[in-house]
Design a protein around this ligand. Structure first.
Ligand code: DX5
Ligand code: ZN
Length: 230
């Protein structure tokens, strides 16, 4: 599976999200990851559909990967689809609502992702694997960028990869939170193919070099490369 590098806009300069998205596109990123926080599902608020719609024309070629950390995603799905989301990720912690939400996202013609928080067992995602395009393993507790990667989440990536092989399913496995050059290599070794990285990419002046370095590391699967200078 082709490796996807997805800078997270949360770590970009909020005073100029449009330019930052364009910078990610010029840097050769594959996707732009957009973190939507509602102040309820997580103890923070980020931005909503109007910002996504405003940023969309500034980076037309990037795939918009919209991660809803929201207690009631059902009230937002149409708006994010109209704003230009290519994929909408919801959280498995929403329990009985997950099935209907997946169906609704598909009906809107968008790809579907399912995210699993660090304290949640990966088994919670198992009943939905045939319906989803991406499984997102959270590697920090969601709410804030710049946190440290939780290594205890790596076995979930391995389990997700084992299920994918056993059941011959096509879903991507994404990691999100504390992903830097070092931890990206560990995630790739565990079976991840989609790398969401905020601080470690947008924090670089030379985003193009940082994206290229992360791509090289996850493709080569060699942690020694993580020590190379950007
Ligand atoms: C965490 C978000 C992440 C975040 C990752 O709540 O879901 O997408 O932007 O940021 P870094 O890479 O800085 O941990
Ligand atoms: Zn995210």
């Amino acid at each position: 599976m082709e490796m996807i590098i997805a800078p997270s806009l949360l770590a970009a300069n909020p005073a100029c999200f449009g330019q930052e998205a364009a910078r990610a596109e010029r840097a050769g990123a594959d996707w732009l990851h957009l973190d939507i926080m509602d102040g309820q599902f997580v103890p923070n608020i980020s931005f909503g559909p109007a910002i996504v719609a405003a940023v969309r024309p500034r980076a037309k070629k990037l795939f918009f990967d919209v991660h809803l950390m929201c207690a009631k995603p059902e009230i937002l799905l149409e708006q994010f689809a109209a704003a230009g989301a290519d994929q909408i990720i919801i959280h498995v912690e929403l329990g009985e609502h997950v099935g209907p939400l997946i169906w609704k996202i598909k009906k809107l013609g968008r790809k579907v992702g399912l995210a699993v928080n660090p304290p949640t067992a990966i088994a919670a995602a198992q009943p939905h694997l045939e319906q989803i395009d991406l499984l997102l393993v959270m590697t920090v507790n969601p709410g804030f960028g710049g946190q440290s990667f939780i290594h205890e989440c790596l076995p979930k990536v391995q389990q997700a990869d084992a299920w994918r092989r056993e059941r011959e399913l096509p879903y991507r496995i994404s990691v999100d939170g504390g992903v830097n050059f070092q931890t990206a290599a560990e995630c790739a070794r565990a079976g991840a193919d989609t790398f969401v990285a905020g601080t470690s990419l947008f924090g670089h002046r030379n985003l193009k070099a940082a994206v290229a370095k992360m791509r090289k590391i996850v493709n080569a699967n060699d942690p020694a490369l993580a020590d190379l200078k950007v």
